[in-house]
Design a protein around this ligand. Structure first.
Ligand SMILES: O=C(O)CCC(=O)C(=O)O
Ligand SMILES: [Fe+2]
Length: 517
C-alpha cells in the first residue's frame, strides 16, 4: 500500500537528522533529478526571512513556497532560490497529483486564515489536519507546519478531509460569515446615515471614516471568532436554555411518575399483579382474533391527562412553538414524550403492556418490547375527523380512549399483514368495527391493519403507545415466512400444505393402481 512508502520515507528522513541530503556539505547539485531524502524540519527557523516567489510561474501558490522555506533543512537555507524551489517542488509533488493538492490547499489556507485570526493555534491546525486527513506518519511533520499533504492516491483520506471540512468547518464558516456580514451591514448603515446628517461631510473625511469602520469590523469579527472559539456552541445553547427556560409548567405533577393505584382500575391491577394467562383472560375480551379489549384507566386519570394535554396545547398556541405531530396522518394531537411523560410511559410499557403482550403476542416480540412512541390523537370539530387505513410502526399498539363525549369514531380492523401482503384483500372473518369507551384499552399488533371512522360529533381523544421490540426487528430481517401472524402468509402456507397432501394422495393412488396391474 502507498502508506508503506510513506512510512519508509519518514524513517529515512529521521536518520538524516537535518544534515542535508547525504552530501554533508550543504551543496545540492542543481541538476539532480530527485532530492532522495528530502525532509523538512519539525520547527521552523524563526529568524529566517523567506524569499519572495511571486515572480515565478509555479504550480503552487508562491505563498506556499515562502511558508515552506522556513522549514527547509539548514543546508538548504543558503542555496539559490532556484534550487530551493526545485527542492520544495519535489517535496510537494511527491505527495499528490495537482488537482487534489489544490483542493487540499484550500483546506490549508482555510487553516491559515483561522490562524491569522488567532482562531486556531498550530497545535490545533495539526490536530484538525490529522483528524481530517488521517494520521499517516509522514503527515505529522508536514501537517505540523500546516501543510495538509497526504500520500499519493489516498483518495479515501481526502474524502475524510472533505467530510471534516463540512462537519467541522462549514458551520463555523457560515457563522463567521454571518458575523462579518452583520457587523458590516450595521456599520455601513450607520455610516451612510451619519454621512447624510453630518454638516461637515466631505469625501476625504468619509474615506478615513470608512477605513476606521473596516478596522472596527475586522476587530468585531475577531471578537466574534474568539467568542465562537472559546464558547462551544453546544454549551452556548444549553446556557441559553438555562437562562431562558421554556415556560411550560406541568399542571398535574402526579402524572409524571407512575402511581398505579390512581391510574388503573382495580380489576386491571389485580390481573397484572397475578401475571398469569388465566388472570389476564379473565379481564380481557377478544372481539376479533388479535384484538384485545379491557378496562384500564380510572376516569380521574383520564380527566387529569386530558387537562394536561390541553395545558400543553394552550402553551404551544401562546408561544407559537412548533411541535411535531404524532405521525404523518394526524394534524392534531401531541407526542407525550415531548412534554416530559416519557419516564411514566416507559414504566407503563415495561410493567403493564409487556406482561400482556408476552402472553398474547409472543411471535411479534411481545416479551421484548423495549422502546415506545407515546402520543394523543384528537378528533372532532376543528380537529382531525378520521384516520385512514394503515399499519402502525410498532410491534404492539395500546390504544386507550380518554374521552370525552363523542359519537362515531369507531376503530375498524381488517386483518394482520406482513409488508409483502399489506395490500391484499380482507377476508370477511377479519372485519371488525369497534366502538371505544373512555377508560377502555384496545391492544393489537402494529401490523393489524386498521383506521378510525369519522367522529361525527363531540370530541374524541385517545392515548396511544406504539411499543417496539428491537430484538424482533433484528430477527425479522432474516425471515421470509410470517405465517405465525400474517393472515395472508397463513393462507399461503395452508394452500401449500393442501396441495402437497393432495399430491401425496394422488401419488399413493397411482402406486396402488400400478400394484394392482
Ligand atoms: O384514532 C384512533 O383511535 C386510532 C389511532 C391510530 O391508530 C394511530 O394513531 O395509529
Ligand atoms: Fe394506528
Amino acid at each position: 500500500m502507498s502508506f508503506h512508502g510513506s512510512v519508509d520515507r519518514r524513517e529515512e528522513s529521521q536518520t538524516d537528522n537535518g544534515k542535508g541530503n547525504g552530501t554533508g556539505n550543504g551543496v545540492v547539485a542543481s541538476n539532480r533529478p530527485l532530492f532522495s531524502s528530502q525532509r523538512l524540519r519539525l520547527n521552523p527557523k524563526t529568524g529566517h526571512k523567506p524569499e519572495s516567489y511571486d515572480d515565478l510561474q509555479l504550480e503552487f501558490n508562491p505563498l506556499v513556497f515562502s511558508s515552506l522555506e522556513r522549514y527547509l533543512p539548514q543546508n538548504m537555507l543558503g542555496v539559490t532560490r532556484d534550487i530551493k524551489v526545485q527542492y520544495m517542488k519535489e517535496i510537494l509533488s511527491q505527495y499528490l497529483p495537482q488537482g487534489e493538492l489544490t483542493r487540499l490547499f484550500t483546506l490549508f489556507y482555510y487553516n491559515m486564515w483561522c490562524l491569522s485570526l488567532k482562531k486556531l493555534d498550530w497545535e490545533r491546525v495539526w490536530v484538525s489536519m490529522e483528524s481530517g486527513l488521517g494520521a499517516a506518519p509522514p503527515m505529522k511533520d508536514l501537517c505540523y507546519i500546516g501543510l495538509p499533504i497526504v500520500p499519493p492516491n489516498s483518495l479515501t483520506l481526502f474524502k475524510k478531509a472533505e467530510k471534516a471540512w463540512f462537519l467541522d468547518f462549514v458551520p463555523f464558516h457560515l457563522l463567521v460569515f454571518l458575523g462579518l456580514y452583520c457587523s458590516f451591514a450595521v456599520l455601513i448603515k450607520i455610516f451612510t446615515s451619519l454621512c447624510r446628517l453630518h454638516p461637515s461631510f466631505s469625501l476625504s473625511n468619509a474615506v478615513v471614516s470608512l477605513i476606521e469602520l473596516i478596522k472596527f469590523s475586522v476587530l468585531s469579527h475577531q471578537i466574534f471568532c474568539t467568542l465562537y472559539d472559546r464558547i462551544n456552541i453546544k454549551y452556548l445553547c444549553c446556557l441559553l436554555i438555562l437562562l431562558f427556560p421554556p415556560s411550560l409548567q406541568p399542571l398535574h405533577r402526579e402524572l409524571y411518575t407512575m402511581h398505579s393505584a390512581t391510574f388503573f382500575v382495580p380489576s386491571f391491577l389485580k390481573a397484572i399483579s397475578e401475571n398469569t394467562e388465566e388472570s389476564l383472560r379473565r379481564i380481557i375480551s377478544e372481539p376479533s382474533p388479535g384484538v384485545y379489549a379491557f378496562d384500564m384507566l380510572q376516569p380521574r386519570f383520564c380527566e387529569l391527562l386530558l387537562s394536561e394535554v390541553e395545558n400543553f396545547e394552550k402553551w404551544v398556541r401562546e408561544t407559537k412553538f412548533r411541535i411535531m405531530r404524532p405521525n404523518t396522518m394526524n394534524k392534531y394531537g401531541a407526542v407525550l414524550d415531548d412534554f416530559g411523560l416519557e419516564t411514566m410511559l416507559d414504566k407503563l410499557m415495561d410493567d403493564y403492556v409487556r406482561p400482556i403482550s408476552r402472553v398474547f403476542f409472543p411471535e411479534v416480540g411481545g416479551s421484548t418490547l423495549d422502546s415506545h412512541h407515546g402520543f394523543v390523537v384528537e378528533y372532532g370539530k376543528d380537529r382531525d375527523v378520521d384516520l385512514g387505513f394503515h399499519v402502525d410502526d410498532s410491534e404492539v399498539t395500546l390504544n386507550v380512549c380518554l374521552g370525552k363525549q363523542f359519537s362515531g369514531g369507531e376503530l375498524f380492523f381488517r386483518g394482520i399483514r406482513c409488508d409483502k401482503h399489506v395490500n391484499t384483500e380482507t377476508k370477511s372473518e377479519e372485519i371488525l368495527d369497534y366502538s371505544h369507551v373512555p377508560g377502555q384499552a384496545v391492544l393489537h399488533r402494529g401490523r393489524h391493519r386498521h383506521g378510525a371512522k369519522a367522529t361525527t360529533s363531540g370530541h374524541r381523544i385517545n392515548l396511544l403507545i406504539w411499543c417496539r421490540s428491537s430484538v424482533f426487528r433484528e430477527i425479522k430481517k432474516y425471515q421470509k415466512d410470517f405465517s405465525s401472524w400474517c393472515g395472508e402468509c397463513q393462507r399461503e402456507k395452508k394452500e401449500r400444505q393442501h396441495l402437497s397432501i393432495a399430491a401425496s394422495k394422488l401419488e399413493l393412488l397411482r402406486r396402488e393402481g400400478e400394484s394392482m396391474i
